[in-house]
Design a protein. Structure first.
Length: 395
């Protein structure tokens, strides 16, 4: 499954938006280096590429931003990069009379870098714990909130094995934190990660998304308000099973889409893009299913997330795709801003949703063998003849 963040990692919406909202980028590089060399932890080595310069806070933050953008291919390079970032944040915090906003920003960068380094650097966890202990003694409310948020983040990161009762307590604590201070990228990210931790309890997760989104909508930050729409979409998507799925818009050819015309058919609603490797890998399976079950009443509707019409057209032609896809004619509504992707909070593709003859969702993961299993159940085994006289959709 492909997400909008680099490089093909299955990350949460929170991490995808962290880049937009000023989040830490080391976790993405960590995944890249891990694939290249998953070996033992390493000590840092000097490397001119990551030598920390002297300078004021602005110059040092520019250095941190620069090295965060630099690609690394080995664990050793990642360690050097993280250590350089930590050293730069310490220099910023040591500046006499440093502005509080700069100090807070430096602390966040420092915590983010140390968290990314814990997998490979023997001292990273100890240094992070020592920093949090030091900050816990700081009486300033802004620092206390930062520490509370970091401690909550630690709880959320280990919540996948939590009981429902424990998740309810965590939910309440996170909501109290979000309501208790500035609605910023940190509070949004924490809320989104908490919702993801509730995946085993879709109803709880959906309710949490809705509550958190209502809070985020009060932010003055346009990016957070937009992210809140994605939260509401995620809640809407989680509530789809057993309910009617609404689809509207225009096809990639500019024609009005008639969702009602598909009633009486079993429809695979596939969120996809030509740049998405897993999407392309699933297309042969979808074609095979259409060939087997089309005459029995199976159809496919794509929701395309390409950034340009040309990219879509080229792949449809070369890939021999016959089914219709919905795509806005407005450039600002392409890619991840596709209105239906926003409406259903889709942040990873392919997302394959199977809808029955009445338009109600029966599966949220109709890919691979699961698609054929579902079609056998809904339409009867392939080769048994047309069970209802409907022809398959082939546009």
């Amino acid at each position: 499954m492909t997400t909008p963040t680099f490089p093909k990692l299955i990350l949460t919406l929170a991490l995808a938006l962290a880049t937009v909202l000023g989040g830490n980028l080391f976790a993405q590089e960590d995944g890249d280096a891990k694939r290249d060399n998953p070996g033992p932890t390493l000590a840092p080595e000097k490397n001119g590429r990551f030598t920390v310069p002297d300078g004021n806070a602005k110059e040092l933050f520019a250095f941190i931003d620069k090295i965060k953008r630099e690609r690394v291919r080995t664990v050793q390079e990642l360690v050097e990069k993280i250590n350089a970032a930590v050293a730069a944040t310490k220099k910023i915090r040591a500046i006499e009379g440093v502005a509080v906003d700069d100090e807070i920003k430096a602390i966040r960068e420092q915590l983010g870098a140390l968290s990314a380094g814990m997998r490979y650097m023997p001292t990273a966890k100890q240094e992070r714990d020592a920093l949090l202990k030091e900050l816990a003694d700081d009486k300033r409310p802004v620092i206390a909130r930062l520490v509370d948020g970091e401690n909550l983040r630690t709880r959320v990161s280990s919540a996948r094995t939590a009981t429902k009762a424990q998740l309810e307590t965590l939910r309440d604590d996170v909501l109290d934190f979000v309501k208790g201070g500035e609605i910023d990228g940190t509070s949004y990210q924490l809320a989104a990660l908490t919702a993801r931790a509730m995946n085993a309890h879709p109803e709880m997760a959906a309710d949490f998304y809705e509550t958190a989104a209502a809070i985020m909508k009060k932010s003055d930050n346009a990016d957070i308000q937009k992210a809140a729409d994605k939260m509401l979409g995620s809640a809407r998507r989680l509530k789809l099973p057993g309910n009617f799925m609404e689809l509207k818009g225009n096809t990639a050819d500019g024609e009005a889409f008639d969702w009602a015309a598909y009633r009486g058919k079993v429809v695979l609603v596939d969120f996809w893009a030509s740049w998405c490797g897993p999407c392309r890998a699933e297309i042969p399976n979808m074609k095979a299913a259409l060939e087997k079950y089309g005459e029995k009443g199976f159809a496919i509707v794509g929701i395309n997330l390409d950034n340009t019409k040309a990219a879509y057209d080229n792949y449809v032609k070369s890939g021999g795709i016959s089914w219709v896809s919905l795509m806005s004619d407005k450039e600002e509504e392409r890619g991840w801003n596709n209105p239906l992707a926003v409406y259903y909070g889709v942040n990873a593709i392919p997302t394959a949703i199977l809808v029955d003859k009445e338009g109600k969702v029966v599966s949220m993961s109709a890919r691979g063998p699961e698609l054929e299993r579902q079609l056998d159940e809904l339409l009867g085994p392939a080769g048994d003849g047309d069970s209802d006289g409907n022809e398959g959709e082939d546009k």
